[in-house]
Design a protein around this ligand. Structure first.
Ligand code: HEC
Length: 146
């Protein structure tokens, strides 16, 4: 039997798939909007974390670093630095010591400036980087060195 492909058949395929994909688009957008707040654990956003974020912006850390993949590629990813450097047993001490020790002045190695942060500012930055490290990023970056 010979089947003829008519204009009306073509139209049905066109409108049918258009409708399906428009529906799919809205369904997936809705799913993302419902799920994102669960993943960024915003209930743990304390004033100290917010202060750390402000310092992060004020001192333009992102001008050299990336945070969850966004930023500059001069220096390491910091979204997971808290976990990379020991998590709750060591992450805080490492980040504080690191920020105090800069610049290390080893020849040929990229340098980070000294910002002369106060104790409060250091703790706020640690709180911010700890909070960031706990965002559910679906296991991104794939390796701990970021
Ligand atoms: C001028 C560029 C520059 C700026 C601005 C900068 N950094 Fe860095 N940072 C670096 C470089 C380069 C390294 C890696 C140095 C090395 O490995 O010797 C680094 C490393 C680090 C590390 C250690 C990373 C690891 O994997 O152990 C931390 C933590 C850090 N920076 C935090 C910050 C914070 C917080 C700010 C903003 C207050 C900031 N940096 C701003 C250049 C910068």
């Amino acid at each position: 039997m010979k089947i003829k492909f008519t204009i009306s058949m073509a139209k049905k395929i066109y409108y049918g798939s258009l409708g399906t994909f428009i529906l799919l688009f809205f369904a997936l957008s809705f799913h993302t909007m419902i799920n994102l707040p669960k993943r960024d654990h915003r209930e743990n956003l304390t004033p100290q974390v917010a202060k750390g974020k402000r310092i992060w912006e004020e001192y333009n850390c992102i001008g050299c670093h990336t945070l969850l993949g966004k930023g500059a590629y001069y220096a390491p990813e910091l979204g997971n630095v808290y976990k990379r450097r020991g998590g709750d047993s060591g992450g805080k001490e490492f980040i504080r010591a690191w920020l105090k020790a800069m610049p290390i002045k080893i020849k040929g190695r990229r340098q980070m400036p000294q910002f002369n942060f106060t104790e409060k500012e250091l703790n706020a930055l640690v709180a911010f980087l700890r909070w960031t490290s706990e965002i559910n990023t679906a296991n991104w970056p794939p390796n701990i060195e970021g």
